[in-house]
Design a protein around this ligand. Structure first.
Ligand code: TEU
Length: 567
């Protein structure tokens, strides 16, 4: 694979609503981001991925877009946007926009037209279907098929005006676009070109492997105890997905040079498919977000059904992606984003070992082969949130799940609440913790969601100045990727493969190697140094607990992570 600039780059995700509020309305905005550009520069990231800032009714915090070519006034103006883009470019950083084109808002003019009559020219831009045969529209069970929405309830909504249903894999305010229609595709490509012409540097593509559906939309199999059929075989990596992404690449990126980054968010993607998506020879996307490692702690009942994930599960899974895409494609490396609970609370220890475990998890992720993504606050070791009541949550997925589980399925409210506390997306969406002051320094007003009370001790003010902070460690990891070709491009090999506590691997390139050794548990871990031949005298280049013991000692302290270099 030829060298690409993003192989030595690190991306930082900003969730604008929760990053920084410049005008006191309690919601983060573009000027808030502008005020913190030097912070991002200090951290050393190369690219900012901005979650949606387009005009939106905010049913799903901007992932429901009503105008792709407008900035939502909540976030600011095009003047602010241009200033943000210039400010990033002036500091040598790039801007990647969120592209949400599996669906629009139901308030998008395309959908309003489409809904207006069965013979409207845009009718076919969405998935309209009559009631199931033998049923009157609106009747119980009249939905065209048995698919469920990701946000609870059926994936179909009846529109009384024409008496037909439209498909929505997410909320009823997020109707799915019909990518079979070439006009839809042309409209999306035109809009993408428009943003690239404005100067943006690429796209993160929301659920992009859902855009091709099996067009007769068959019923899915209903799992035991489930309310709806499993439709994933009919829309995950669907029949025309590679064709659509290749066409998009040709119509948008061909001839523009290679300063861009594209990353497809792809729930349910397999390694084999990911190789096809990211093989440069196929010209589809540069990299994908896969979900296997963040689904390891989901039980058979899905994301609200927690089961512990072991160190072995984690390292085996991440290694299979390292090996699976070796030589051909490219991985995205992430622990966190705006949909996931905080990693230090999930796979680390957010109590006694918070700092050490945040650093250890960062270390094993950042030094793999792939492009690392840092989600705002991860670099501070921000934790999950002690939500008290259902009234503390804002996320549509969480609120709908609570209503369905408690009111329809009759599950005990306290149990549902404790699942939300562990897994809700709102854990990632509380205000960025800038200072120990009121509302974590995020806003001078009333924040749209309350700040985590631990901002009193976990905040950027305290960490930027502290050489032993999680922030300082992330900065060192990013710097290491910039300086080291071994990190950016070396081969990956898992070592101590069956060790139940230690995640260890080597990276090597042209005779130089790195060894990453991390104890991902709260107890000391011993290992057999004989399994690490040639590393006995190696020098540590990065540690998380001060002076490290050597490989020859065969022991790591709780949550200790050490990186050794050779050659
Ligand atoms: O998420 C896609 C997705 O499948 C999940 O991560 C989802 O958020 C949910 O947790 C499933 O249980 C993307 C966006 O990242 C998310 O914020 C949006 O809500 C969703 O698409 C719809 O646009």
């Amino acid at each position: 694979m030829n060298d690409k600039w993003w192989q030595s780059a690190v991306v930082y995700q900003v969730y604008p609503r929760s990053f920084a509020d410049s005008d006191g309305d309690g919601i983060g905005d573009l000027r808030g981001i502008i005020q913190h550009l030097d912070y991002l520069k200090t951290l050393g990231v190369d690219v900012v991925w901005l979650s949606p800032i387009y005009a939106s009714p905010h049913d799903d915090n901007g992932y429901d877009i009503s105008d792709y070519r407008a900035i939502d006034p909540l976030f600011g103006t095009f003047e602010d946007f241009d200033e943000l883009l210039e400010g990033l470019h002036a500091r040598g950083m790039k801007l990647v926009m969120d592209l949400v084109v599996n669906h629009t808002s139901d308030e998008h003019p395309w959908f309003i037209e489409s809904a207006s009559s069965t013979d409207n020219p845009k009718r076919d831009w969405y998935w309209w279907r009559p009631a199931r045969e033998g049923h009157r529209p609106g009747e119980q069970g009249a939905e065209p098929n048995n698919w469920g929405s990701f946000f609870s309830g059926p994936a179909w909504q009846l529109d009384p005006q024409t008496g037909e249903y439209y498909l929505h894999l997410f909320s009823r305010k997020q109707p799915d676009l019909n990518w079979e229609n070439p006009e839809v595709r042309a409209a999306v490509y035109e809009m993408m070109n428009w943003w690239l012409d404005r100067g943006v540097d690429g796209f993160r593509m929301d659920v992009i492997n859902f855009i091709s559906k099996v067009t007769d939309l068959p019923d899915g199999e209903v799992p035991e105890g489930g309310l709806f059929g499993d439709a994933s075989p009919y829309f995950v990596d669907g029949p025309r997905i590679h064709e659509f992404l290749h066409e998009m690449h040709q119509r948008v990126f061909t001839g523009r040079g290679d300063r861009y980054l594209t990353v497809g968010e792809m729930p349910g993607v397999t390694i084999a498919e990911a190789r096809r998506f990211t093989d440069p020879a196929n010209a589809e996307v540069d990299m994908v977000f896969q979900f296997e490692h963040v689904d390891l702690d989901h039980g058979p009942g899905g994301k609200w059904d927690h089961r512990p994930a072991s160190v072995l599960d984690l390292k085996r899974n991440l290694s299979s992606w390292q090996e699976g895409l070796a030589g051909v494609g490219w991985n995205s490396l992430y622990w966190n984003n705006h949909d996931q609970p905080r990693v230090v609370s999930r796979f680390g220890d957010d109590g006694e070992h918070r700092v050490a475990s945040a650093k250890a998890l960062g270390t094993v992720l950042h030094l793999m082969r792939g492009t690392p993504y840092v989600y705002q606050g991860e670099e501070l070791g921000m934790t999950n949130v002690p939500f008290e009541t259902i009234g503390d949550f804002r996320d549509i997925e969480s609120l709908n799940h609570y209503a369905e589980a408690v009111d329809i399925l009759g599950e005990p409210a306290e149990e549902v609440l404790s699942a939300l506390r562990r897994t809700s997306r709102d854990n990632a969406r509380t205000p960025m913790q800038w200072t120990a002051g009121p509302n974590a320094g995020f806003t001078s007003g009333i924040p749209w969601i309350a700040a985590n009370p631990n901002a009193a001790t976990i905040n950027a003010d305290a960490e930027v100045a502290d050489p032993d902070s999680v922030f300082a460690h992330y900065r060192a990891l990013i710097d290491l990727r910039h300086r080291s070709d071994v990190v950016a491009r070396g081969d990956y090999r898992l070592v101590l493969a069956d060790h139940p506590q230690v995640f260890a691997y080597t990276r090597s390139l042209d005779g130089a190697s790195l060894l990453v050794l991390a104890n991902l548990t709260g107890s000391p871990a011993s290992f057999d140094p004989a399994e690490l031949t040639g590393w006995a005298g190696a020098e540590p280049v990065l540690t998380n607990l001060g002076a490290a013991t050597g490989v020859a000692d065969g022991v790591l302290r709780p949550w200790e992570a050490v990186v050794f270099a050779r050659g």
